[in-house]
Design a protein around this ligand. Structure first.
Ligand code: 5AD
Length: 343
């Protein structure tokens, strides 16, 4: 697809043409990655954060927010939910938390590997080479870090303060890739100040970085953040998200693409199904203990009221309703496997 064609799709208002795009993406999804939908259990193990991202409810400018960091035993108990439900991957996610040591995380990874043999994805923000290397050696498989937007000006507005460099963020992904991690990235759509044109650059960057997993979600205003009060310029944001999912499936057919939690928030639970029907092949149920979930409000979501069990059961039934199969095992990105073979 040329850049002009992509732009036409993004601007398209004709419902039939939009549905045609989704159908095309769905066919490509079936052909390249099949009918299995892989689940990844997310454990939001710490809401401590050093950063001041203007969109995120965990940013360090929220003195009123109670902070928590789960113990290793609590993390292991949560990971057990994955094992019990045949979910092959656990995602360890936190804010930009520098309150745990490299070795602490090594122990967490080793224990999960030893006890359950799960695939371990890390989503811990911008980390340095040494940390990424140690965690890879301990058994971590994947690293997930969204670049959020490739528009430099907008990126600066989102990330005031020290850790603000877009280049530094991209470097983390490059480092993780060079260390042998399968890498995931992604964007938000609907950020105040975001332009349709910049989505073209975002899609091009997914290709340039050769990411193995692409997470795209709508920006959801958080009332207690700086950005939460500003106006969103883009129209039909959730439709745009589905379009970008479809376009990324078509342009990068071997990647894993989740129907994201933010989509399931703005289109309550149906967002999962709609995502699956326009190119997605992954869903990431949150398996954080319910009493911590409400403290991990990146953005307000009703989903945090559901227990781990309820959410997993609901997601499994959606998958069946969409005539798809619940994937078992690792669910590695074929994009990653193909890249590895090439070396
Ligand atoms: N709306 C939607 N997504 C958000 N994220 C953070 N804040 C918001 C928000 N207000 C996403 C970012 C981040 C991921 C963990 O959550 O893309 O990378």
């Amino acid at each position: 697809m040329t850049s002009d064609e992509i732009f036409e799709h993004l601007r398209e208002r004709d419902v039939n043409k939009i549905i045609e795009l989704y159908r095309k993406a769905d066919k490509i999804r079936e052909k390249y990655v099949g009918n299995k939908v892989f689940l990844r259990g997310i454990i939001e193990f710490s809401n401590y954060c050093n950063n001041t991202c203007s969109y995120c409810g965990l940013n360090s400018n929220r003195p009123g927010l109670k902070r928590y960091r789960m113990s290793i035993d609590e993390i292991i108990s949560a990971a057990r939910i994955c094992a019990e439900h045949n979910i092959g991957t656990v995602v360890l996610q936190s804010g930009q938390d520098h309150g745990f040591s490299v070795d602490w995380m090594v122990e967490v990874i080793r224990k999960i590997k030893k006890e359950f043999g799960l695939v371990v994805t890390l989503s811990l923000g911008q980390r340095d080479y040494h940390e990424l290397k140690e965690w890879k050696a301990a058994g971590a498989d994947r690293y997930f870090l969204r670049f959020e937007t490739s528009d430099d000006e907008l990126y600066k507005k989102l990330h005031p303060g020290k850790n603000a460099s877009f280049t530094d963020r991209i470097k983390v992904l490059e480092m993780a890739k060079s260390l042998g991690y399968e890498i995931g990235s992604g964007i938000m759509i609907g950020i105040p100040g975001q332009k349709l044109e910049s989505l073209l650059d975002d899609i091009a960057l997914f290709n340039e970085l050769d990411v193995d997993m692409i997470g795209v979600g709508p920006y959801i205003p958080h009332p207690e953040t700086e950005l939460g009060k500003q106006k969103i310029q883009l129209q039909n944001v959730d439709e745009l998200v589905y379009k970008v999912i479809a376009i990324t499936r078509i342009t990068k057919p071997y990647t894993n693409i989740p129907a994201t939690t933010a989509l399931a928030t703005v289109n309550f639970l149906d967002g999962y199904k709609k995502g699956l029907m326009c190119g997605a092949n992954v869903i990431m149920p949150n398996i954080t203990p319910i009493h911590y979930k409400s403290l991990y409000e990146i953005y307000p979501t009703r989903l945090s009221k559901l227990s781990e069990e309820e959410l997993i059961q609901k997601i499994k039934s959606f998958i069946i309703e969409c005539d798809r199969e619940v994937g078992k095992g690792r669910g590695d990105s074929l994009n990653f496997l193909r890249r590895r073979e090439a070396f």
